[in-house]
Design a protein around this ligand. Structure first.
Ligand SMILES: Nc1ncnc2c1ncn2[C@@H]1O[C@H](COP(=O)(O)OP(=O)(O)OP(=O)(O)O)[C@@H](O)[C@H]1O
Length: 359
C-alpha cells in the first residue's frame, strides 16, 4: 500500500498551453493517505479520468510530479507501479474459466498454489460467483464479466493502490449496492489505498472515506461526506452533492447580517468585508417554512412527497428555494416565509466559501 503525493501536478492535452483554460487538470498539490478510500467525483469532462490516468501511468503529466511512498513514479510505466485497475467495461479472458481469470494476477507473480486456491475462493464468495468458478468466461453476461474484473482487481493483497474507473456502470442496479458494500468491507479488511472514479454522488458518498470533488479541471474540495454536506467549500459542491442540492442566493453581507432582495436576515456569525459576487448557500435540510413576517417572503410552487420527507419548491424573487419538510408536516397555503437555521448558512465570495470571523 502506498501514500500518493501529487506535487504541482497539472495536465494539458495541448502541446503549447497558453493559460489555465488550456489545462484539463489544473495545478494540484495533495497527499493521499496510505490505506484510505478516495472517490473522484464530478460531472462528465471535469478531469477525473485525466487524474486517474496520471496516477496509473497511462498518461504522463505536462507538469509536476507523482510519488508513491515518496518515490518519484512520474515517468514510470503502469507495469512498474504495482497497481490494480478496474475499468468501466469488463476485461476478461473469454477462453479461461472464472477461476483461472481470478487466479491470473497471482499466478503471474508466482504465488503459492495453495494460497491462490484459498484467495480465489475468498474473492469468488465476495463477488457471488462460487458456483460458476469452473465455467468459461465466454457466454457469461456483461454483468458477470464485470464482477470477474472487479474480483481480479482485488485478488492481490500487495498492490500499492487499487484504481476503479466507473466500475459499476454495466452492473445491474440491485447488484450495484451489494458490490459497493463489499468493496467497502474489503477496504476495511485489507486497508488498500483505493481510488474510485464516479459521477454518481451516492456511489462516492457510500464508498469513500474522502471524496475529491472536481469541477472544470480543478479539485474544489477534498473531504469526508459530512464536510461536503456541512461546509461545501465551493458552490458547485453544494449543489452537485445533495438531493436537492444547496440553495444558492445572491446577497449582500455586512458583519452578521445579510440582505437578500431587500430582506434582512441574521446570520448568527460575523464576516469581514467581502469582495466579488457574494452569495448565501443553505441546504434544504437547514430551511423551514413559516408564517408571519420573519424570514424570506416566498410563494410555494410545488410540493413533492418523496417518502421520508417532502420537498417544497418555493419561489423567492424569481429564484427557486427548496425546503425539506418532515414526512407528516402539513404544508398550509398561508406559509409564506422560509426561515434559515443559522448553523447551516454558508457565505460565498466568487463561488468560494468564506470562513466566518473567529472560525
Ligand atoms: N486524449 C485527449 N485529448 C484531448 N482532450 C482530451 C483527451 N482526453 C480528455 N480530454 C479533455 O479533457 C477534459 C477532461 O476529460 P476527462 O476524460 O479527464 O474528464 P472526466 O471527468 O473523466 O469525464 P468523463 O466522466 O466523461 O470520462 C475534457 O474537456 C476532455 O474533452
Amino acid at each position: 500500500m502506498a501514500k500518493i503525493t501529487l506535487e504541482n501536478l497539472a495536465h494539458s492535452y495541448l502541446p503549447n498551453p497558453k493559460g489555465e483554460d488550456d489545462f484539463a487538470l489544473k495545478e494540484l498539490n495533495h497527499d493521499w493517505v496510505d490505506g484510505e478510500a478516495y472517490a473522484l467525483l464530478g460531472a462528465s469532462g471535469c478531469g477525473k479520468s485525466t487524474l486517474l490516468n496520471i496516477i496509473s501511468g497511462l498518461l504522463h503529466p505536462s507538469q509536476g510530479r507523482i510519488l508513491f511512498n515518496d518515490q518519484d513514479v512520474t515517468m514510470a510505466p503502469t507495469t512498474e507501479r504495482n497497481i490494480a485497475q478496474v475499468f468501466q467495461f469488463p476485461v476478461v479472458y473469454d477462453t479461461m474459466t472464472v477461476r483461472d481469470n481470478l487466479a491470473f494476477p497471482l499466478r503471474n507473480r508466482g504465488a503459492d498454489p495453495a494460497y491462490i486456491k484459498e484467495r480465489v475462493q475468498q474473492i469468488a464468495a465476495m463477488i457471488g460467483m462460487e458456483d460458476t468458478l469452473n465455467h468459461k468466461a465466454r457466454g457469461l453476461t456483461a454483468d458477470a464479466k464485470q464482477k470477474i474484473s472487479l474480483g481480479r482487481g482485488m485478488v492481490r493483497e500487495d498492490v500499492n493502490a487499487l484504481l476503479f474507473d466507473e466500475p459499476l456502470t454495466v452492473i445491474d442496479p440491485h447488484m450495484k449496492w451489494e458490490l459497493r458494500t463489499q468493496l467497502k468491507s474489503l477496504h476495511h479488511e485489507f486497508g488498500h489505498t483505493m481510488i474510485y472514479v464516479t459521477h454518481d454522488q451516492t456511489e462516492a458518498l457510500t464508498f469513500a472515506d474522502k471524496v475529491v470533488v472536481m469541477y472544470d479541471g480543478r479539485v474544489v474540495q477534498m473531504g469526508t461526506p459530512q464536510e461536503l454536506f456541512e461546509t461545501p467549500e465551493h458552490t458547485f459542491v453544494g449543489y452537485f452533492i445533495g438531493s436537492p442540492g444547496m440553495n444558492v442566493l445572491d446577497a449582500e453581507v455586512n458583519g452578521d447580517k445579510a440582505v437578500l432582495a431587500g430582506t434582512e436576515i441574521n446570520l448568527g456569525k460575523g464576516f469581514g468585508p467581502l469582495s466579488g459576487k457574494v452569495e448565501l448557500g443553505v441546504r434544504p435540510e437547514f430551511t423551514s417554512l413559516a408564517t408571519g413576517d420573519q424570514g424570506l417572503p416566498v410563494t410555494i410552487k410545488r410540493v413533492e412527497d418523496v417518502g421520508r420527507h417532502k420537498i417544497v419548491r418555493a419561489d423567492f424573487n424569481g429564484t427557486e428555494v427548496n425546503v425539506l419538510a418532515p414526512e407528516g408536516a402539513e404544508i398550509s397555503p398561508d406559509m409564506n416565509r422560509v426561515v434559515f437555521d443559522p448553523a447551516g448558512v454558508n457565505v460565498y465570495s466568487d463561488s468560494w466559501r468564506v470562513a466566518p470571523k473567529g472560525a
